[in-house]
Structure formats: C-alpha cells, structure tokens
Design a protein around this ligand. Structure first.
Ligand SMILES: Nc1ncnc2c1ncn2[C@@H]1O[C@H](COP(=O)(O)OP(=O)(O)OP(=O)(O)O)[C@@H](O)[C@H]1O
Length: 311
C-alpha cells in the first residue's frame, strides 16, 4: 500500500485537481413528516478529501443514500462530473461513485478475491452469452478482472488473504476488503460511511493512510465519521450536519473552533448550571489558601531578613 501522502500517483483520466466532481444542491429528503435532510448543498472537488460530521441522527447516512441512488431526494439535484445522477444505485456506481456501508456488507461465504470480483461487474463489458459460452473474450476479460482485483488487494494489504473466506477476516480487514470492493468499480468518487467504526487506534491510523493513498490515486473521497481526530487529520474540508441542515463548512481549524459545532456535540450550557455553585466555592477556597500561603511565606522572609540585620 502507498503511504506517501505527498506524491500524487494520479490515475490516467482523473480530472484536474480542483475540478468539481460532486455537486449536490438543495438536497432535501423527507420521510412522511420527518425532514431528515434539509436543503443541503455540498461539493467535492477532485483531489479532495471532504468530511461529513454531525451528531447521531443528523442525516448523514440519509444524505449519502441520496448521493448514491438508494433514495431519490424529495427536492434538490445531485450532479457527478456535470451530469445529473440516475436514480438507481447500480447506475450511480457505473457513473463513477462507489461507497462502503456503516454496517459491513460483504459476501461472507465468498473468498476475499471473489468479493472484489463482484465489485468489478459494472466495469466488465462481456455480456450474458459471452459468460455462458465462455469464449476467448470472456476468458480474457476474466483474466483482466482477476489481475485488477489482485492489484487492489495488494493496495489495501490483503493480497496474502485472497483465498480466505471473507467471514474469517478480522473486523479491520473486513473494512479494508469493503474498500477494495468499492475501488473495483474504478470510481472517481468514493463515499465512506464510518470506515473506522469499531477499530482500534492502530487500525484507524492505517485506514487514514489508506484514504490518503486513495486520494493520491486521483479518487476524491467523501467520508462520514464520528472519530473527530481521524476527520480533522484527514480532511481538506469538513461539513457539519445538524438536524438535517448544514451548520458550517470549512477547513479543520475553522470547524473545530466554531462554538456552534462544540454546542451541537456537547449540548448548550444549561441555564442553571448544576455544580456551578460548588465549583465557585472550590475556586474561592483555593484562592484563599493560596493567599494564606503567600502571606506565611512573606512573614518567613521578613523574619529571616530581620535575623540577618540583627547580626
Ligand atoms: N428510511 C427511513 N425512514 C424513516 N426515517 C428515516 C429513514 N432513514 C433515516 N431516517 C431518520 O432520519 C434521521 C436521520 O438519520 P440518519 O441515519 O441519516 O442519521 P445519521 O446522521 O447518519 O446518524 P448516525 O450518525 O447515528 O448514523 C433520523 O431521525 C432517522 O431516524
């Protein structure tokens, strides 16, 4: 896996850095009376890693589902490389947007390699009859797909486990396999939904490096995550959703320093702050103690100085 985050090993055909790849405008999703996403605008440019954060139930996954054709937004429009996205998830994948899911969705009884091969189906030109007749075209396409799938397994660090059953992989490796499978559709934009959920700090750090390496291959990334350290280390831009609406968007420093973001995560300070009286009492006692000590020190110094003068 490439871990160098500075060298750009950009894929041929990738758009120039800074070109808008995803352009979501006024995306609204209502479920009956509940507005889960409300008028959200978001762009992702090529060469960028953009974070989407917000408290539980803020509408992040619903917004992802609107970007990937799982939901048809009640209002708004999503464009990918300038074209309005089709309203079917397999067509969205074919257009160039791939995703992983919050809850891992692998074929547990298939091998690691087979799981990646499944991810290639939108890129395989060979049709039904070619598969049935197993002619030379089919064998050539299959060999190419296997080669590409092995490259991707190498890239995420799972090549040695290509023949293992997916269900036997440890949790962190299953998440990597999901990413390899998503990459198999050769996307221009990768959406990651909580890629480090349930990971230990080492696995999280490795995922961070993997995402940088994906970006360096010319694939733009939009990532949902609750791990703030991961998000602020990784992302060029971060958008914050609260109750379905975009509260703020900016670089990590701007978002981290925004009082509204802190309030959205930690809650507003309570009017009659419980414990405030006790805290003030402790502070006053500590201050009194400090001045008492200072006075005692002064007396000791004076006495010592007096004795000196007495000599
Ligand atoms: N299919 C659905 N039908 C009805 N309500 C839904 C549906 N999907 C999501 N919701 C509601 O929409 C709101 C936003 O949910 P969503 O899962 O998008 O939030 P989230 O920000 O991804 O939360 P989390 O961080 O917990 O995953 C919630 O109130 C949720 O209950």
């Amino acid at each position: 896996m490439t871990t160098d985050t500075t060298t750009k090993d950009t894929a041929p055909g990738a758009p120039a850095p800074g070109t808008t790849v995803l352009d979501a405008r006024g995306v609204t999703m209502r479920f009956g009376g509940l507005t889960a996403v409300n008028g959200v605008d978001l762009t992702v440019n090529s060469g960028e890693i953009v974070g989407l954060i917000g408290p539980n139930g803020a509408g992040k996954t619903t917004f992802f589902n609107c970007l990937t054709g799982l939901y048809i937004p009640t209002e708004g429009e999503v464009r990918f490389k300038g074209k309005v996205l089709p309203a079917k998830s397999f067509k969205v994948t074919a257009a160039g947007i791939a995703r992983t899911f919050q809850n891992i969705r692998l074929f547990a009884n298939m091998t690691v390699l087979e799981n990646v091969l499944v991810g290639r189906h939108t890129r395989t030109k060979e049709g039904f009859w070619s598969a049935v007749l197993r002619g030379p075209g089919f064998h050539k396409a299959e060999a190419h797909s296997r080669e590409r799938a092995m490259e991707l397994l190498e890239f995420v660090g799972l090549a040695a486990k290509a023949d293992h059953l997916a269900r036997n992989l440890p949790y962190g490796e299953q998440r990597k396999l999901e990413i390899a499978r998503a990459l198999a559709s050769e996307p221009g934009l990768l959406l990651l939904d909580e890629p480090t959920a349930g990971m230990n700090p080492q696995e999280t750090r490795a995922t961070e490096e993997l995402v940088f390496a994906i970006r360096d291959k010319g694939i733009a990334v939009l990532v949902i995550e609750h791990d703030m350290r991961f998000i602020f280390n990784l992302c060029d831009r971060v958008a914050v959703l609260v109750q379905g609406e975009k509260l703020i968007e900016g670089d990590s420093a701007t978002v981290q320093g925004d009082e509204r973001v802190v309030a959205a995560y930690l809650g507003e300070p309570l009017e009659n702050d419980p414990g405030a009286a006790e805290a003030a009492e402790v502070e006053a006692a500590e201050a009194a103690q400090a001045s008492e000590t200072a006075r005692a020190d002064d007396t000791t110094t004076d006495t010592a100085a007096g004795k000196e003068n007495d000599r």
